[in-house]
Ligand binder design. Structure first.
Ligand code: SAM
Length: 218
């Protein structure tokens, strides 16, 4: 058994995914498809956009969650940074991997206070809160200081347009071989250009429908 497949986490995740599927937000209907696409690319309007969508979970898929767990386990990750907590679904997968790796520290960040409250409750119910530090605020500030010297894994899942800026904040701490997993990075062409550049310091490949998987080189 693993932490991921045992009680309390397995039934908790099953319940949370059901809740996530059932969540609705009247705000989303007010945006046309083009407007949503424009906002997802915006480096200035993300706060307002995500604020209006605060009732939506926007969680990674169960498949991506399982991938996160496996990548963190197989690399023996002990120190993880996450951009975009929401209600804590991806955080639960990553923290479960830390537990099964023997412990560690996960720093995650979210600017919606109501989401931070729910994420804390979910991590407490999953028995993983002791491994997780939730920094409430804009990641451009919360991840700009007080980071561990050596980071094994970075998950990018907040405002897509900020992926290059958040990578820049964390990059000097990524150990050789560290993994960077970016969800829905298609909305951040600058980010993809950077991690795919031949001399950019990463090996990078799209993986499945949602993920750009990158490895920090030497
Ligand atoms: C796609 S959701 C994250 C889903 C989460 N990783 C999961 O799998 O459950 C993105 C979240 O990032 C938050 N967010 C977006 N930009 C942010 C920023 N600059 N700083 C902090 N949080 C941010 C949003 O409020 C939203 O809850």
């Amino acid at each position: 058994m693993t932490t991921l497949t045992a009680t309390p986490l397995a039934p908790l995740l099953a319940r949370l995914f059901k809740e996530a599927d059932a969540a609705t937000s009247p705000a989303i209907a007010q945006y046309s498809r083009d407007e949503r696409t424009r906002l997802l690319h915006s480096k200035t309007e993300y706060r307002q956009f995500y604020g209006r969508l605060k009732d939506l979970w926007l969680a990674v898929s169960p498949e991506t969650g399982t991938l996160l767990y496996m990548l963190a386990r197989s690399t023996g990750a002990r120190i993880i940074v996450e951009f975009g907590t929401s209600f804590g679904i991806s955080t639960l997968y990553l923290a479960a991997a830390l537990r099964d790796n023997g412990g560690g520290r996960l720093i995650t960040t979210e600017f919606e206070p109501s989401k931070v409250t729910r994420a804390k409750a979910n991590l407490t119910e999953g028995g993983l809160i002791d491994l997780v530090e939730i920094r409430e605020g804009d990641a451009l500030e919360t991840l700009s200081s007080d980071l561990p010297d050596r980071i094994d894994l970075l998950l990018l899942d907040g405002a897509k347009a900020l992926y290059p800026e958040i990578l820049s904040l964390v990059e000097s701490r990524l150990r050789p071989g560290a993994l960077v997993i970016a969800d829905n990075a298609d909305f951040s062409p600058d980010y993809l250009d950077r991690v795919r550049a031949p001399a950019g310091g990463y090996m990078s490949t799209p993986f499945g429908d949602d993920v750009e998987l990158s490895m920090r080189l030497g």
